[in-house]
Design a protein around this ligand. Structure first.
Ligand code: F6P
Length: 320
């Protein structure tokens, strides 16, 4: 193998740059030529491909976003786009591809695998919703960002004796809400994976108020419903002086945490190792601090991500 390429796709995640850097530098140190594809699968189909040298990825380790840019490109679900993508790769003499992204990007990588093109997926998404890996690149940084926001919101909540509904990202996965909720001392964490009871949440707020508690923080995962809708439903159980804070895309930005930088560096370099061993059609995962390469088709077809749902119960028992 002489030439490989790397792309980032879907929602950007802090640490994607560190993963790209690792693929490029590890590839070069193993004697490979490494190419970067701009704008994910959209750029692949358009042939927006450039050779990357070791210095091209310098100074990106600590930067958020992705130096290769990204795109949502649902068109890649069509056969025509997939074949065009493979044609572009062959035109550049590129023999294998590393795709760093989330669920949609993994499906793109799976399609290339089905066509027999050697592809390795590296999990890059703040959502932490990829099956069989305990962590995805960007999740830890996003959790840190949310905890920082909760700490600030508590200051203003306490000053006015208010309830804040903090809507966080994660798509259908509650991991950001669960981790940030426990770390931020939320009064309630509401996630798609677990049934919730508004009357019970309202009662907790009331009991807290009676005890003199001045602030209430409810961390709500976007996959349940919007913060505004949740606040309206909650107010039907009493006037809790509710405000809503939608953290939005702030959660995707910022300098990656050391954890994400290390994870991305390990995963990017490991993806190159797998390709050098002649292995394609895999996705990189971390399980009990060990890197593994799993069959990407099996991973996406037969498995679902399950987060640490025990955090909700833990939170209920310690945050009253
Ligand atoms: O998948 C990452 C993510 O940030 C989700 O948490 C969120 O639902 C979605 O992307 C937002 O997508 P977009 O940036 O396309 O609006």
């Amino acid at each position: 193998m002489k030439r490989i390429a790397v792309l980032t796709s879907g929602g950007d995640a802090p640490g994607m740059n560190a993963a790209v850097r690792a693929v490029v530098r590890k590839g070069i140190s193993e004697g490979l030529e490494v190419f970067g594809i701009n704008y994910g699968f959209a750029g692949l189909v358009a042939g927006d491909i450039r050779r990357l040298e070791a210095q091209d990825v310098g100074d990106f380790l600590g930067r958020g976003g992705t130096m290769l840019y990204s795109a949502r490109y649902p068109e890649f679900a069509q056969l025509e786009g997939q074949l065009k993508g493979i044609e572009q790769l062959k035109k550049f003499g590129i023999e294998a591809l590393v795709v760093c992204g989330g669920d949609g990007s993994y499906h793109g990588a799976m399609r290339l695998t089905e066509h027999g093109y050697p592809t390795i997926g590296v999990p890059g998404t703040i959502d932490n919703d990829i099956p069989l890996t305990e962590y995805t690149i960007g999740f830890d940084t996003a959790v840190n960002t949310v905890v920082d926001a909760i700490d600030k919101l508590r200051d203003t909540a306490a000053s006015h004796v208010r309830t804040f509904v903090v809507e966080v990202m994660g798509r259908d996965c509650g991991d950001i809400a669960l981790q940030a909720g426990v770390a931020g001392g939320a009064d309630a964490i509401v996630v798609p994976e677990i049934e919730y009871d508004l009357a019970e949440i309202a009662e907790r707020i009331r009991v807290g108020r009676e005890r003199g508690k001045k602030h209430t923080i409810i961390v709500l995962s976007e996959g349940v419903m919007s913060g505004e809708k949740f606040a309206t439903q909650l107010e039907a159980f009493g006037d809790f002086h509710t405000r809503v804070s939608v953290l939005g895309h702030i959660q995707r930005g910022g300098s990656p945490s050391p954890f994400d930088r290390v994870l991305a560096s390990k995963m990017g370099a490991y993806a190159v190792d797998l390709l050098l061993e002649g292995k394609g059609g895999l996705c990189v995962a971390i399980q009990q601090n060990k890197l593994v390469g799993l069959d990407i088709i099996d991973t996406l077809t037969n498995h679902k991500h399950i987060g640490d749902l025990s955090l909700a119960e833990l939170n209920n028992s310690i945050s009253h």
